[in-house]
Ligand binder design. Structure first.
Ligand code: AMP
Length: 396
């Protein structure tokens, strides 16, 4: 069912609480990558340009000690937001209390306020992450309307998303949330065929749910990266010293049976004697020799994967094809990324930090239909799970 969107709300003169995802990489107060802040701008601008007061809540990192609070204040993010918007942004160094309430009371229409990192509340009994009922109710009392634009935390039931929503008559999705639901939702529920999924990364256990959910929906499921070798072991191939999850071999066998020829595994691999860029390495087909570990897919696999992608109308990619952080084992990931960028007639969707980083490094990010801002959340969506943050948004 279609969700209520921020543009369905009359925000004029209203105090609009917006749960954004400002969980950016930050070190010594310097923001490493502001993609998430930029991605939240359309919703914030919509609210202030239509005469609302934007009150922003976000978490930043994990707060376990008093010391974490010093490193993970949202102040630098609020300052950066002010630069991006070209107008003052009020930062309140508190998550509750008189200072926050006074600052909100003083807001004029079109003003923007950022409150302190919602996870500061975690030091006192995990109130934010544990969705403490009193906290959700309190935050909800600070505004007239609630907009959830934080897809990155949609797979979690926290006070700042589900807690606030459960104390509001209506909750709307922000434009970023709307976009994520549209592209991931279309891929999972209504894909244009051929639909090809490319799954990589270290662990089968992280992606098992996605593979199982996509077997009946996808036309091909390409598997690369460290998780490949658990499938190799399930097929009775030797894997040398490659990464393997022995307790998942039976599950891999089941997937091989269920998926049949939908499952496309690498046919050759770059193997090395050690987990080291400079270790002796070579490309071998099939069995991985004793004393070697597979760290990337080989040329024949790259060709096979490119061939599999030809003519695809929907492609979802999550996870690298090898240890792409090391230059000698990066080719598989980059070639797959390039092939994705060349698919002009397909909806291409990337999830997960590593695949996103590869797309950015390749300079093809603008050729991708949608790069998800949520790693864990996008995986759970692809698994077909109901995400509590999305479930708590009102239907139209
Ligand atoms: P994940 O977080 O599960 O998406 O896994 C990403 C990590 O998997 C990256 O840091 C890669 O270096 C690593 N990886 C990919 N392929 C392999 C491989 N063949 N052997 C060991 N690690 C791998």
């Amino acid at each position: 069912m279609a969700k209520l969107i921020v543009s369905d709300l009359d925000v004029k003169d209203k105090k609009v609480l917006i749960r954004v995802d400002f969980n950016v990489p930050i070190k010594d107060g310097v923001i490493g990558n502001d993609n998430r802040v930029v991605a939240a701008l359309p919703t914030i601008k919509y609210v202030i340009e239509n005469g609302g007061k934007a009150i922003l809540l976000s978490h930043l990192g994990r707060i376990k000690t008093e010391d974490d609070k010093k490193k993970l204040s949202l102040r630098p993010v609020a300052e950066h937001l002010s630069e991006l918007l070209g107008k003052p942004v009020t930062f309140v160094p508190a998550t509750r209390g008189a200072e926050l309430e006074d600052a909100i009371a003083k807001m004029n229409d079109g003003d923007v306020l950022v409150m302190e990192n919602t996870r500061f509340e975690d030091l006192d009994g995990k109130k934010e992450s544990g969705n403490d009922p009193e906290l959700g109710k309190y935050w909800a009392s600070l505004g007239d309307l609630f907009v959830n634009d934080a897809f990155g935390t949609a797979h979690r039931s926290h006070a700042s998303n589900v807690g606030i929503a459960s104390n509001m008559k209506q909750t709307a999705a922000g434009f970023l949330m709307e976009k994520e639901i549209k592209f991931l939702g279309d891929a999972v529920e209504n894909p244009k065929h051929p639909f090809v999924a490319i799954l990589g990364g270290a662990k089968v256990s992280d992606k098992i749910g996605v593979i199982s959910n996509l077997i009946p929906k996808a036309d091909k499921i390409i598997v690369g990266g460290g998780m490949t070798y658990t499938f190799y072991a399930a097929k009775g191939l030797s894997i040398g010293k490659s990464l393997v999850e022995t307790d998942k071999i039976d599950l891999a066998k089941k997937i091989i049976d269920e998926a049949g020829d939908k499952l496309v595994l690498p046919v050759d691999n770059v193997v090395a004697t050690e987990f080291n860029n400079d270790a002796p390495h070579k490309t071998v087909e099939g069995n991985i020799p004793d004393g070697y570990m597979a760290l990337d897919i080989g040329e024949k696999s790259i060709e096979l994967f490119k061939e599999t992608l030809k003519g695809a109308k929907t492609v979802v990619w999550n996870g690298p094809m090898g240890v792409f952080e090391m230059s000698n084992y990066a080719k598989g990931t980059y070639e797959v990324g390039k092939a994705l960028g060349e698919l002009t007639d397909a909806a291409t969707i990337i999830g997960g930090g590593d695949s996103t980083a590869a797309a950015v490094e390749l300079g093809i990010a603008d050729k991708i239909t949608h790069i998800s801002t949520g790693g864990g959340a996008s995986l759970e969506y692809l698994e077909g799970k109901e995400l509590p943050g999305i479930a708590a948004i009102s239907n139209k």
